[in-house]
Design a protein around this ligand. Structure first.
Ligand SMILES: C[S@@+](CC[C@H](N)C(=O)[O-])C[C@H]1O[C@@H](n2cnc3c(N)ncnc32)[C@H](O)[C@@H]1O
Length: 239
């Protein structure tokens, strides 16, 4: 599902991701990079899209390899920074030798992969012992429900189930003339924790950043996100 979807929506995603200050990356990336260890010899970003996270890793001194299933997004990323090594492949079948990376980064991509468990297992395979796995995902709580209204104090309601099998997340957003159709999966937290456990990855640090209280916000729809986390971020270490 997800592979074709992202390639079809590549132009919309690139416009969305590249507009300065527009999406959540511009506010939340700072917390994520605090979890990222200093550069080792080789860093891999899985699900790189048009390449902004890989470029930010390279700017911090990482020697970056980046993979994605979308040929269009890989091409856009390459055209923007050819110093990064891009490979088109599936996260569940990485064309790299075992124990060949010091750091693997998944920024808002794990929940979009068709096979999350196999993708985490692959990361465990290609990481060196002692290497780090850093991920940011849509928070499983956020994916399980919705606010009853746009008011700052609106109740957050889970109508279905938080636990259980993964569910499809399908949302079309329109803002400031930009359009994006997001499609992926929602899992309970335990699904990610079990995938890490099975891959021999030990969670070392975990963050649930609140919407920045310094962000200019008279907009109640933004205010709500100071009570419920939008993202979950963590660093794990390969045993
Ligand atoms: C939300 S985008 C994130 C892009 C980038 N990490 C960022 O934060 O700007 C998710 C990316 O995952 C990629 N993707 C989806 N399924 C994949 C798979 N099975 N293997 C590798 N990449 C995949 C999509 O093509 C898309 O570029």
């Amino acid at each position: 599902m997800s592979r074709d979807h992202w390639d079809k929506n590549a132009a919309n995603w690139a416009a969305w991701a590249r507009k300065p200050g527009f999406d959540s990356y511009w506010q939340y990336a700072k917390t994520f990079f605090e979890l990222v260890p200093p550069p080792g010899e080789r860093t891999l970003e899985v699900g790189c899209g048009e390449g902004r996270v890989s470029r930010d890793l390279a700017a911090r001194g990482h020697h970056v390899f980046a993979v994605d299933t979308s040929q269009t997004l890989i091409q856009l990323a390459h055209d923007t920074d050819a110093s990064i090594a891009y490979v088109r492949c599936d996260a569940a079948a990485l064309p790299f030798q075992g124990e060949s990376f010091d750091l693997i980064v998944f920024y808002n991509s794990l929940m979009d992969f068709d096979d999350m468990d196999a993708s985490v297992a692959e990361a465990g395979r290609v990481l060196r012992p002692g290497g780090a796995f850093c991920a940011a995902i849509t928070h499983p709580l956020q994916d399980a429900g919705r606010f009853a209204s746009r008011n700052a104090g609106a109740p957050f309601v889970i109508e279905g189930a938080y636990l259980g099998d993964r569910r499809v997340v399908d949302a079309e957003l329109e803002r400031d003339g930009l359009h994006m159709h997001f499609k992926g999966w929602a899992y309970p937290l335990e699904a990610y924790a079990r995938a890490m456990e099975n891959a021999g990855l030990m969670i070392q640090a975990l963050r649930e950043p609140a919407m920045d209280s310094a962000s200019p916000s008279m907009d109640p729809s933004v205010e709500r996100w100071r009570r419920i986390p939008v993202f979950l971020m963590w660093r794990a270490i390969k045993a």
